[in-house]
Design a protein around this ligand. Structure first.
Ligand code: OOG
Ligand code: NI
Length: 476
């Protein structure tokens, strides 16, 4: 083969790489289809969310404009996140590599132990604004903390069970390696990759343990049984993005979707902040055990559900501190997590307490409580060019109408809400117990094989980028 031929072949194969966004969208679509088949109520929920989103968009010009300006409008109907729970460090390490093929990176560290769930977590997602708008799929990924199991014998047992399982197919592992070596996958390989990767997330109704071990795991914590007793980390929910979560919550029962008692996160506001979430209760699913044939014993397992979320503006550290203070104050007054009985009282109090959190975008911007995208207005053509404008001029430029802002959407999760979602679906009081093991981000990152992206820094950088872009235009 002549050198020219080699060059051509090389170019062809490089050019033939599909983008991580393509792979991520493709994976998100086939995962959603699989989940609709496995959990038909999720399909119902998707329809409900789409109907309500369409209503909001046709009724509110303001929201439509805002989503158009930030580029979010294109992603609205493909927006979803999922969640998985892993058992051992090796699984976390490899899942990081798997998600990287789809352009998803670990962002943030969430410690759920103080809220009574023996896991710590991160969220895999795209990290560039355009990439997010093209394919916003993300996966909340938890790793079981074996160090929090207090029964020594059970812990050893769990370790042995987990040691013996492989949650990735041979072909998926090969394609991860190929993508790492060559820098991408062509269309055909990408298709095989997504189909093979999907196997890791599939539900298996046959437990890998016998009914006695299952019961012992269940007694420790329902979550431990969910992670350890099965062949792999079945996707436990998928979550579309709603523009009006109160309306969805109120409309669920009419469509025979049983809602959770209350919405997690901040109260209803004119300018939504962070993230509000609700879900439908987990299905009761039949499982057979390793020894079911011999003893005829089958069981029931509850793990898989559907969730909805409404995303609002990302808040700064100052905003997050205020959020945590107001939420904490409300929870304390009510005696912890709200229940079906005191949900109305809780919501009333939450609303009252959050009056201390400004509810208009200008104030949120001025008080540095939230993050924004900055844009130049048409007026900028006539700006006086007698100085070089800098970041210190931004507030004046806004006031004079040379700049405009749009809220920067919160792309991540909230630990207290996550624990609430876990708890309502585990269907027990497990989440009431306390684990006093200290949070262990460095161990998590060691298992992951790299540090997680720092949450706040990511928003800071994004906001700064849009400001610098505006200043460059003004000073040009
Ligand atoms: C994850 C729960 C967290 C969210 O949206 O906060 C979550 C789980 O139940 O595995 O998905
Ligand atoms: Ni979720």
């Amino acid at each position: 083969m002549s050198s020219k031929n080699i060059a051509t072949n090389f170019n062809e194969s490089t050019k033939a790489f599909v983008s991580p966004e393509y792979i991520r969208n493709r994976f998100s679509t086939i995962m959603s289809n699989m989940y609709k088949d496995e959990v038909p109520l999720y399909g119902e929920l998707l329809n409900l969310v789409h109907d309500i989103n369409n209503n909001v968009l046709s009724e509110s010009k303001e929201i439509k404009e805002q989503l158009t300006n930030t580029g979010e409008i294109t992603r609205l109907n493909m927006e979803r996140h999922g969640a998985i729970r892993l058992g051992k460090p090796q699984e976390l390490f490899t899942i990081r590599r798997l998600f990287k093929v789809m352009g998803m990176f670990p962002v943030g560290y969430y410690d759920l132990a103080p809220a009574g769930v023996p896991v710590h977590s991160t969220a895999f997602r795209a990290i560039e604004n355009t990439a997010l708008n093209q394919a916003p799929f993300r996966v909340f990924t938890s790793l079981l903390r074996l160090d929090l199991i207090d029964d020594d014998q059970l812990r050893d047992n769990v370790e042995t069970i987990l040691e013996n399982r492989t949650i990735f197919t041979e072909k998926a592992l090969q394609l991860i390696e190929k993508s790492e070596k060559e820098g991408g996958l062509n269309k055909e390989n990408a298709e095989t990759f997504v189909q093979e990767a999907l196997e890791t997330f599939r539900w298996h109704d046959t437990a890998t343990v016998d009914n006695e071990v299952y019961e012992a795991l269940l007694t420790q914590h329902r979550l431990i049984a969910d992670v350890v007793a099965f062949k792999g980390p079945h996707i436990n929910h998928l979550t579309p993005r709603s523009l009006d979560i109160d309306k969805v919550q109120a409309s669920m029962e009419a469509r025979s979707i049983p809602p959770k008692d209350n919405i997690e996160g901040p109260p209803t506001r004119k300018c939504p902040i962070l993230l509000r979430q609700t879900s439908f209760k987990a299905l009761t699913e039949k499982v057979t055990f390793k020894n079911s044939v011999e003893n005829g014993k089958t069981g029931e397992h509850k793990a898989r559900f559907g969730e909805i979320e409404q995303r609002g503006v990302a808040v700064t550290q100052k905003g997050l501190d205020l959020y945590n203070e107001l939420l904490g104050k409300t929870r304390k007054a009510i005696g912890g997590s709200p229940t079906a009985e005191n949900a109305a009282e809780y919501n009333q109090l939450l609303k009252e307490n959050f009056k201390a959190f400004p509810d208009n975008y200008n104030e949120l911007q001025l008080e540095k409580l939230a993050y924004f995208h900055y844009f130049t207005s048409n007026k900028v053509k006539s700006i006086a060019k007698n100085k070089a404008y800098t970041k210190t001029d931004v507030n004046q430029l806004l006031k004079d109408g040379y700049l405009t802002i749009e809220p920067m959407v919160y792309e991540d999760f909230l630990p207290v809400s996550a624990a609430g979602i876990f708890a309502s679906n585990l269907g027990t009081n497990d989440a009431k117990r306390e684990y006093d093991g200290s949070s262990n981000q460095s161990l998590f990152e060691k298992d992951l094989g790299e540090p997680v992206y720092k949450l706040m820094k990511w928003y800071d950088d994004m906001q700064d980028e849009t400001i610098q872009k505006c200043l460059a235009q003004i000073n040009a």
